[in-house]
Design a protein around this ligand. Structure first.
Ligand code: ATP
Ligand code: MG
Length: 256
């Protein structure tokens, strides 16, 4: 048993949660590996929501409030880590909630739907209703609900795959992602990238939406327009570089 005093306690608890989600047929085996990649980047950003992640969260909240047809896309990792918060966000934005799996099986769709419904979702798309193919993609991963992502103007896709992000952008969607790796294709291609762990970012996003809900449209547009995704990603990379350098210097200090 891991004690709460263990320095890696929270990270190890999260890992145990993901293993459980894998055993319960919510997460794919690749989802577990993706989590591992995320852990490494979380370590490097300091396992907290950084100032530039806050800026991206504010811009994301503004874009989602301005959206005419916002859709929140959920995969196994998101369902395992933040189902309650995702449902709260959906309801607060009056958005659609859609399950979109890279490794799509009817079993996982069923399990994730149950998690979302248990968390309070009234309507879960990406399940049985009519689907369409996202232009530019092939195979089961190209499926999207006809009344979900397909119809959206703004879509929140935490932990999306690079190919799908590119396809969504080419189809004219405003894509918001949450991805701990500032270098991934998804991070680089998205309209707004929140470089943060989704377990922290989604509750922050819920609070930011509440805060900005009564802000004027022109002010919200200003927030979105003043956000520069490439600059924000560069700030995250600079922070990672700084964290690595600082640790190295500390080590040198110790041996001196
Ligand atoms: P891309 O396809 O966009 O180039 P990739 O192939 O490098 O990305 P994937 O396996 O497709 O990566 O997606 C996993 C991504 O999700 C990784 O970039 C990882 O850092 C990130 N990630 C994993 N867990 C979390 C989490 N809890 N919160 C935010 N991001 C996460
Ligand atoms: Mg990928």
């Amino acid at each position: 048993m891991v004690l709460p005093t263990h320095p890696r306690y929270e990270s190890l608890m999260l890992r145990a949660k993901m293993v459980e989600a894998y055993k319960n047929g919510i997460l794919s085996d690749s989802g577990l590996i993706a989590h591992g990649r995320g852990e490494a980047f979380d370590y490097l950003i300091g396992e907290k929501t950084t100032l530039n992640a806050h800026k991206a969260i504010q811009a994301a909240a503004a874009a989602l409030i301005l959206a005419v047809y916002p859709v929140i896309s959920v995969n196994g990792n998101t369902a395992a880590l933040a189902s309650h918060e995702v449902v709260i966000l959906t309801q607060s934005l009056d958005a659609k909630l859609e399950i979109n799996l890279f490794y799509r099986t009817s079993e996982r769709i069923k399990n994730i739907r149950k998690i979302l419904e248990d968390a309070g979702a009234f309507e879960v798309l990406g399940v049985e209703e009519e689907s369409v193919t996202i232009e530019g993609l092939k195979g089961p991963r190209s499926k999207s609900s006809k009344i979900g992502v397909n119809q959206s103007d703004v879509v929140l896709v935490p932990l999306e795959d690079g190919d799908r992000t590119e396809a969504l952008i080419s189809n004219g969607k405003f894509v918001i992602t949450i991805d701990l790796n500032p270098l991934s294709r998804t991070s680089q291609k998205a309209s707004i990238t929140i470089v943060d762990n989704l377990i922290r970012a989604i509750p922050h996003l819920v609070r930011e939406v509440d805060k900005l809900k009564n802000t004027s449209k022109s002010e919200l547009r200003n927030i979105v327009n003043n956000f520069d995704n490439q600059l924000n990603l560069q700030d995250s990379l600079d922070l990672i570089a700084q964290n690595i350098t600082t640790k190295k210097e500390k080590k040198i200090d110790k041996t001196d």
